[in-house]
Design a protein. Structure first.
Ligand code: 13P
Ligand code: SF4
Length: 308
């Protein structure tokens, strides 16, 4: 994009933000130019906290469907806009409320922990939500000893390493993190033996076994700023590297796999943010009975804070 055009688009976004008292929230995997104009960039937990606390009338949510839905669940008085209606998380679509109801009947004594990467309907049938930043903390805070953990089997298995509770994992997974293979990590470790390896808990267990540290995207940001290492192998969606490089110009980053791209996260642009604000689209709406139930699970999670 020509610099002059980009500057015009940014100026228009700022004008519209003021007119509509809007705030732009973006996930760490968004395109660089989208992250650069955001009021807040963060992980799922940080974005939920911002959505719940921010004073704005309008939230433009640049992430995927379940994240914008969480904002609408937590802040019904605000207008939540998602610039691209097709930006859906495939993992969140791997469980339906009907399937969860059947599973709950199989395990009547179990509590249901729903990763925020779920629909509002699935959250409404769960007891508490978690994100990758607080999954272990949330599970260990429960009185029950049996936990149905949906929908990410990898996050469930990672959490099981740090609890004595019985974890019953759902068989969902993130197609993007699934592309990162142990061979990718080993190749980079051999090339950069002094690099620190950090991966997301959505990675396969065999990849997690090779990591020095496992963090949510927000946890990666905090840890890397403080770390004494100067080189990092990063096992997550490649959008993460934009922020890491920008905030740590003296450090070097190597993506575990350049194939690890989440197509849904890349659908937002400066242009569709402008259209969202000009045409008030696409407004995220949740039926009130589902919203109230889902909010209980999200509120319960927010009360437990960050784990990383
Ligand atoms: P974070 O909450 O760690 O940002 O993860 C969200 C996500 O969708 C990872 O794929
Ligand atoms: Fe969903 Fe994976 Fe994309 Fe995250 S990276 S939004 S889990 S598909």
């Amino acid at each position: 994009m020509i610099l002059q055009d980009k500057e015009k688009l940014i100026a228009r976004i700022n004008e519209l933000k003021e007119e509509r008292n809007a705030v732009i929230l973006t996930h760490n995997y968004q395109r660089g130019e989208v992250q650069d104009i955001a009021d807040f960039t963060g992980d799922s937990l940080g974005l939920s906290q911002q959505a719940a606390e921010h004073e704005a009338d309008v939230i433009v949510f640049c992430g995927v469907d379940f994240m914008a839905q969480s904002a609408a669940i937590l802040s019904p008085q605000k207008t939540v806009l998602i610039p691209e209606i097709l930006s859906e998380c495939p993992m969140a679509a791997m469980i339906t409320p009907e399937e969860l109801i059947i599973k709950k009947k199989e395990y009547p004594d179990a509590v249901v922990v729903a990763y925020v990467n779920t629909s509002a309907q699935v959250k409404a049938h769960s007891d508490i939500c978690c994100t990758s930043a607080n999954a272990v903390q949330v599970v260990n805070s429960l009185d029950e000893n049996e936990v149905i953990f949906v929908p990410d089997r990898n996050l469930a298995l990672y959490t099981a390493r740090y609890t004595n509770k019985k974890i019953i994992p759902w068989d969902g997974y993130c197609p993007t993190h699934h592309m990162i293979l142990p061979e990718d990590i080993m190749l980079l470790k051999n090339t950069y033996p002094d690099a620190e390896t950090i991966v997301h808990p959505e990675c396969r267990p065999e990849v997690i076994d090779l990591a020095d540290n496992v963090f949510s995207t927000g946890g990666m940001v905090t840890h890397i700023k403080r770390s004494k290492s100067s080189k990092f192998i990063i096992g997550t969606e490649i959008g993460m590297l934009h922020r890491l490089k920008k905030e740590n110009p003296d450090k070097e980053f190597y993506p575990a796999s350049s194939c690890a791209v989440c197509p849904s996260m890349k659908m937002n642009s400066l242009s569709n943010i402008i259209t969202a604000l000009e045409e008030n689209r696409y407004v995220v709406t949740i039926p009130e009975s589902i919203r109230e139930q889902a909010k209980k699970s999200l509120d319960r999670m927010l009360e437990s804070g960050r784990g990383d």
